[in-house]
Design a protein around this ligand. Structure first.
Ligand SMILES: Nc1nc2c(ncn2[C@@H]2O[C@H](COP(=O)(O)OP(=O)(O)O)[C@@H](O)[C@H]2O)c(=O)[nH]1
Ligand SMILES: [Mg+2]
Length: 248
């Protein structure tokens, strides 16, 4: 049983080396690291290439930046394609804000048979450090809306990228949705993944606490709240007219 950690990175030269070294330093058995560099214009790619010489990892590169949704698609599609059904796939941010302490619990919950395990700031033990107030309000509101809209029990955090999946679930999603699995262009993709997975079949989902160490972030945020809001609206309009359903 292998766990594939998909690390999303765009212009993360400030911390990607340290993040990858910390992941390697955990010494977790059967952990494969896949970095998706989405056309970074800084030294992200060269830092990851250099690390490849000493630390086992795989690098997937987009020649030009295609946005975080395309990075999710590239990383998850590749991880699903090379995984055996019993394997696990975990997504994580490459900016060092997603505490590695949650990695062990995510892996053990997947091992217990949960299909999806969401890192969560909204369960006891989870939370934020240094997250700007405006972003906090936006995050709480967006997650309340998604709890109402998607209702995947017991998930309270739909927006954190830090999340684990059983590989067979992703394989089923790519098979049954094809290109329509990830249609969003930006940060909404992470939410769309959960909505579309929840339409495949009843899922066993779990959450595990994550402290979002936003103060550790050394790169600028690529999240644009207004662009993000327009993605929500586009999704709700599209989905209410023609809900995306998996092929049977
Ligand atoms: N591959 C890729 N990753 C991106 C892109 N935009 C953001 N990211 C990554 O997605 C994660 C979240 O972005 P970030 O700027 O940290 O947003 P925030 O944490 O919400 O402020 C980080 O690991 C980024 O490197 C992109 O266009 N492509
Ligand atoms: Mg971040």
């Amino acid at each position: 049983m292998t766990t594939r950690l998909v690390v999303l990175a765009y212009n993360e030269e400030a911390g990607i080396g340290q993040s990858l070294a910390a992941i390697h330093g955990l010494g977790l058995p059967d952990l494969d690291v896949i970095v998706v560099d989405d056309g970074s214009t800084d030294r992200t790619e060269s830092i990851v290439r250099q690390m490849k010489a000493t630390v086992p990892l795989e690098l997937l590169s987009h020649e030009v930046n295609r946005g975080v949704a395309a990075a999710f698609d590239t990383g998850l599609r590749h991880a699903a394609a090379i995984s055996k059904p019993g394997d696990f796939v975990i997504t994580i941010e490459g900016d060092g804000t997603n505490s590695l302490q949650a990695l062990g619990p995510i892996i053990s919950l997947l091992g217990e048979g949960y299909d999806v395990v969401c890192g969560s700031r909204y369960v006891p033990g989870g939370g934020y450090h240094g997250f700007p107030l405006g972003r906090r309000i936006w995050s709480v509101g967006a997650n309340l809306v998604m709890r109402w809209y998607c209702g995947l029990v017991p998930v309270k955090d739909y927006t954190l990228f830090y999340r684990g999946y059983r590989a067979e679930l992703l394989q089923e999603a790519f098979r049954r949705y094809g290109r329509r699995f990830i249609e969003a262009q930006g940060f909404f993709a992470n939410i769309e993944i959960l909505v579309k997975l929840s339409r495949l079949r009843p899922l066993r989902a779990a959450e595990t606490p994550v402290v979002y160490a936003y103060g550790a972030k050394r790169s600028g945020s690529k999240m644009r709240v207004w662009r993000n809001l327009s993605e929500y609206l586009r999704f709700f309009v599209r989905d209410s007219r023609r809900p995306s359903r998996p092929r049977s």
